[in-house]
Design a protein around this ligand. Structure first.
Ligand code: SF4
Ligand code: SF4
Length: 446
């Protein structure tokens, strides 16, 4: 009974300096120790849920949530060395974690491996340098801003098999992947012209739209639909000044830069965002940084502001449902045509928020029927599925539930997916076009 225990009495838990605030968890070692070994993260896709996609696809203990908790606990408790994170063994176990955050909500102990992985990468790269591809991905928003000066040239280059092939080989992206294209006009520049053209009276209800880097540069059509839909429903839409979300930096482990971005956004938005004037987001992985990572990234003096901001940062669907409940939005604004929709929810939405508001929003047109696909992670997970060494497993994850469900649908059934990378994965994996729920609702306006 008293042998092979995890710890012996009198062993100290080291106090390790981190970029994220782990006060709630009582330090990063305790955060890794949340794992009690129950093995719920060894579920298969047949059990439903999202945790843990890399185990579901490999059936290898090394790629479970538990393995990630175990490896960190082992190495972080070793006798003092300059950088406790500098071990290739940890990197090997963390490598297939898609940072989907499913463990944060589905693991009985709430082990948050996405947070642990980002913190690990920050320290590992401090010792070993940041790889070129990670820098490229982290600077996605800046590069897109530059390329958006001549989007046609960029789009031609990334669509041209020869030029794109060279770029993908040099940068370490899978050659089988198509790369995201740039919109001809960003949401920001369109909105400036649109505002100048607006002649309607000032509306009583105001809403701030978080023009995230994915919507602004790549999915501008959806961003415009979000603005037009809200205006049609009687809201004044404001695009406030803000920085990018920092999602790419967080997922690549460049946490010090992510912290700067979080501080910037909290300082720019804290005075204007409130329950009456919320911040509404299109891309779940971007807007949910306010509810999740920012609170643990900002300095102590900004914590309260970050928390308030997080409470009033809503998914577009959450905002619409909130307004439906107040009677401000009703089915009368929408078509009575019949439509069937299959919905694939975003992992971060499932973990930090819920898919229910998306279903409720899509059911506003009285004859729209929404079926939730019992899929977990789509396998793309931001940049994960684009990376050449992750391409095969990314497609394998997609094939577990999502791709077969889409291939089996009737031709007139719409596919809804709020996540930009989910929509890309659906296109690459099945050839079908998935729409953001905002696009579907916009098209359903009377
Ligand atoms: S990570 Fe969570 S689900 Fe997996 S073994 Fe540990 S406690 Fe159980
Ligand atoms: S974040 Fe997702 S992929 Fe990573 S350990 Fe948790 S459930 Fe698994």
């Amino acid at each position: 009974m008293d042998t092979h225990l995890r710890y012996r009495p009198g062993v100290d838990t080291p106090d390790i300096k981190t970029v994220y605030d782990f006060t709630r968890e009582k330090g990063i070692v305790r955060a890794a120790e949340f794992c009690n070994g129950s093995g719920d993260c060894r579920k298969t896709h047949l059990s439903g849920g999202t945790m843990c996609p890399s185990y579901m696809a490999t059936r290898d203990e090394k790629h479970t949530t538990r393995a990630r908790g175990n490896v960190l606990r082992e190495y972080l408790r070793k006798p003092y060395v300059k950088n406790r994170f500098n071990h290739n063994e940890i990197f090997g176990v963390m490598d297939l974690c898609l940072s989907c955050k499913a463990c944060k909500s589905e693991c009985p102990s709430g082990v948050d491996v996405a947070k642990l992985k980002s913190e690990f990468l920050q320290h590992y790269y401090e010792a070993n340098g940041v790889p070129f591809r990670s820098r490229l991905i982290a600077n996605f928003a800046n590069l897109n801003r530059l390329a958006s000066i001549w989007p046609a040239i960029y789009n031609f280059t990334v669509s041209n098999a020869f030029a794109a092939g060279i770029f993908k080989r040099i940068s370490g992206f899978a050659t089988q992947r198509s790369l995201p294209l740039l919109a001809k006009t960003t949401v920001g520049s369109w909105f400036q012209r649109h505002q100048a053209d607006l002649k309607h009276e000032r509306q009583k209800r105001k809403v701030y739209l978080f023009n995230d880097e994915f919507t602004n540069f790549n999915d501008a059509g959806t961003g415009k639909h979000a603005v037009l839909l809200l205006e049609h429903l009687g809201y004044e839409v404001i695009l406030p000044e803000h920085a990018e979300s920092g999602r790419a930096h967080i997922s690549k482990g460049l946490l010090k830069k992510a912290r700067e971005i979080a501080i910037n956004n909290v300082m720019s938005l804290r005075e204007i965002i409130s329950e009456e004037t919320p911040l509404v987001g299109v891309e779940p992985s971007a807007i949910l940084t306010f509810r999740d990572e920012y609170i643990d990234l900002v300095t102590d003096d900004l914590k309260l502001d970050a928390q308030n901001l997080g409470e009033n940062a809503l998914l577009f669907e959450e905002f619409i449902v909130r307004e439906m409940k107040k009677g401000h939005i009703t089915s009368a604004s929408f078509t009575t045509d019949h439509r069937n929709i299959k919905l694939h929810g975003h992992c971060h939405q499932k973990a930090i928020a819920s898919q229910v508001p998306t279903v409720q929003m899509l059911s506003l047109p009285i004859n729209y029927e929404v079926e939730v696909i019992p899929s977990g992670c789509c396998g793309m997970a931001g940049s994960f599925g684009y990376e050449k060494e992750h391409y095969v497993i990314s497609m394998k994850i997609g094939e577990l539930v999502l791709f077969p469900a889409i291939r089996g649908k009737e031709p007139d059934v719409l596919i809804a997916a709020p996540g930009t990378s989910c929509r890309h994965q659906i296109k690459d994996g099945t050839g079908e076009t998935a729409l953001h729920p905002i696009d579907i609702l916009y098209q359903a306006l009377r």
